[in-house]
Design a protein around this ligand. Structure first.
Ligand SMILES: [Zn+2]
Length: 337
């Protein structure tokens, strides 16, 4: 699947399934937001529908009538089911209408009817139960491609009916090269986004398209950086804000960890850091002021906090504990170097 950057094991496995005729009725693409789950699902759908795919490379031909209809967005056998504009959650009515009803109709052409449902963890239990009935006895021609960032929050009955496709973060160099080659992002800018992306190409592309996203991330990072200098009350107030919900807590900790790795590197005297600009200068200053041992101790605390959230720990409590573990530094008086 040449359209997909990285994820070679996964694309090989899906290509193999098509080549051998052993396509499962349901796949669950698992990985963090922006890793490329929906992109991969769409590409897999193209491969399934293509009339003359290249079975050695797992690529759709790009010229058959199915490929052309997909390119024009009017292939009726591929349905991407997303929440209505402005809503976070997919409604049960939408699943009934766009999945369950259509699944019982024969494909209009070709062999498969493919349904792509991103973020299944956001569905209500009722919606998932409605979907499970289709998954229990799927019509012969149906392939469901589900995605999730939170497999731990899914019903075991749902997980057990899907082939799980884990998607791992990409190397920052792979992301930077792809941004330069495929999105024509200037090299230095590409490296900055790749450094911030935590292995998620989709996030880096979004940051390139939308400067607000990169700016919001920089602002959030500034707030986290400031916590090292803050007193106890200020820190606990920050924990309350950051821990308002599990997703916010998760993204804050992830960002914090990415930056704090640079603090640890700087504490060991490294000068080649992942972050750029002011974030890099701050990491250097804090790392040097703290020294290796306290810097590493807090990195371990961040890793533990992330693991705790994955086990459904209370986000507010997790952040409270982190704030108390965070080493304290006094702000240097301005004017000093
Ligand atoms: Zn084709």
């Amino acid at each position: 699947m040449r359209a997909i950057v990285g994820h070679e094991q996964v694309t090989a496995r899906l290509g193999q399934a098509v080549a051998s005729g052993l396509v499962a009725h349901a796949y669950l693409f698992v990985g963090p937001d922006g890793i490329g789950k929906t992109t991969l699902a769409l590409e897999f759908a193209r491969l399934l529908e293509c009339e003359r795919p290249d079975l050695t490379t797992g690529d759709p031909c790009g010229v058959c009538s199915a490929c052309r209809r997909i390119a024009h967005g009017n292939h009726t056998d591929i349905t991407l089911v997303e929440p209505e504009e402005g809503k976070r959650q997919l409604g049960i009515e939408s699943v009934r209408e766009n999945v369950i009803h259509l699944a019982n109709l024969a494909p209009s052409s070709g062999r498969w009817r493919v349904f792509i449902l991103p973020n299944v963890e956001r569905m209500t239990a009722n919606t998932v139960n409605a979907l499970l009935k289709t998954l229990e006895e799927p019509p012969e021609s149906v392939v469901l491609l589900l995605t999730t960032a939170e497999p731990e929050n899914l019903l075991p009955t749902l997980l057990s009916r899907c082939q799980i496709v884990p998607m791992r973060p990409l190397d920052a160099n792979v992301i930077a090269d792809a941004l330069t080659a495929r999105w024509s992002v200037p090299d230095e800018r590409a490296r900055t986004f790749a450094g911030l992306a935590n292995g998620r190409l989709g996030w880096a592309v979004r940051a390139h398209d939308d400067p607000d996203l990169a700016r919001a991330r920089a602002e959030q990072l500034n707030k986290l950086i400031a916590c090292t200098y803050a007193g106890r009350d200020e820190r606990l107030a920050a924990a309350a804000r950051l821990g308002a919900d599990a997703e916010a807590a998760r993204s804050s900790i992830e960002l914090w960890m990415l930056w704090w790795r640079d603090v640890v590197l700087a504490a060991h005297g490294a000068t080649h850091l992942l972050n750029d600009g002011a974030a890099r200068d701050e990491a250097t200053a804090q790392g040097r002021a703290l020294g290796p041992e306290p810097a590493e101790r807090f990195l371990r605390a961040l890793i533990e906090a992330q693991a705790a959230l994955e086990q459904n720990a209370n986000p507010r409590l997790t952040l409270d504990v982190l704030m108390l573990d965070l080493p304290h530094l006094a702000r240097q008086a301005s004017g000093r170097r």
